[in-house]
Design a protein around this ligand. Sequence first.
Ligand code: GLN
Length: 184
Amino acid sequence: MIGVLAIQGDFEKHIESCTRVGEEALPVRTIEDLNRVDRLIIPGGESTTVGLLLQRFGLGDEIIARASDGMPIWGTCMGMIMMAKRIEGHEQYSLGLLDITVRRNAFGAQVHSFEDEISVDFLSSPVTGVFIRAPIVSEFGPAVQPIASYNGAVVGVRSGNLLGTSFHPELTANTQIHEWFRDL
Ligand code: GLN
């Protein structure tokens, strides 16, 4: 069963996309919930808020332990920020799972949100990338594979069982990445 971290943010949309690809999805709010799932999606939202709550309830440490046991985890937007080892210019909690540096709100305050076609390495056709105050990956370590870029900036990464995207596939009708993650 896929878990969707449901502390804050657009978790409902991910649950709907999982249902569309024939997978039951459980909103994850507690360690007990996390123990019932075999993969996890961390949705978009507000990284400072979610970071504080993950730290306070000990759920962050459990997610880190499950990731090192090989559980597949996919973060979209805020979720990718939460998975990053380094966040430019911010002293804030993160899970530190992906050896990447992220730049929050990288497309600037004026460009609050936009969408464009994005090619993702492991997909046969492009997807519509919906970017909402989106981060970019400004640096990545040798174990990290860039899987998508936009105007020269990395907006998708993979490292083994871990996946991060700056954009929000759950806000489109295209479920290719959810299918891929279901089968990872
Ligand atoms: N800018 C938000 C943050 O830094 C992320 C935005 C999103 O998830 N749509 O937390």
